[in-house]
Design a protein around this ligand. Sequence first.
Ligand code: 5RP
Length: 217
Amino acid sequence: MSEQKRQVATAALAYVEEDAVLGVGTGSTVNCFIDALASSSKRIEAAVSSSEESTRRLRDAGIDVIELNAAGSIPVYIDGADEADEHLRLIKGGGAALTREKIIAAASTSFVCIVDESKLVRTLGAFPLPVEVIPMARSYVARKLVGLGGQPIYREGVVTDNGNEIIDVHNLDITDPVTLERDINMIAGVVTNGLFAHRPADILLVATDAGVQTKRR
Ligand code: 5RP
């Protein structure tokens, strides 16, 4: 598994635009990507990072990190996922960075998602859907999520980089991810949810035992 993460992280280097700002996600696959970028000959202008953890790793690797507000346009965003379907729609947020990830994905021209083959699914939803909530709204949002057919579990002890909390929603029917993404985001107190269906990946790199496969929308 970790060898596959290294493989797909290395394959993502081909999508890095030199002398441009690069969007960088969060997670163990992205950590492999940061290592690969740092030891490559690719030179970027700076990175925009989706988490304090990735920011620290990038800076430790000698890569400049700037605020999104200072970045202008971002040609490429590279990030992992917890699940991906054949339409390149994703579940993200296992690392609690979903809100900043969704913002940077939205602000980027091309979203390159890097996964190992264990993340590929026919239908999204075996992985519990992370939802970032304003703390005072947690119980209210949980009741609304039950109304949508899910079983919400509070991710205890986790505070996001934005000072909020995470609810993981089990057993949702995600046959229409675009509608569900919108419906959950309509609940007062929800910051965002981990469905990336409205803005899916543009390119999905999948590490398999036979090499890295490339899927495009
Ligand atoms: C963090 C994320 C990650 O991309 C997702 O959890 C995948 O992580 P990993 O590469 O460690 O499997 O969405 O919020």
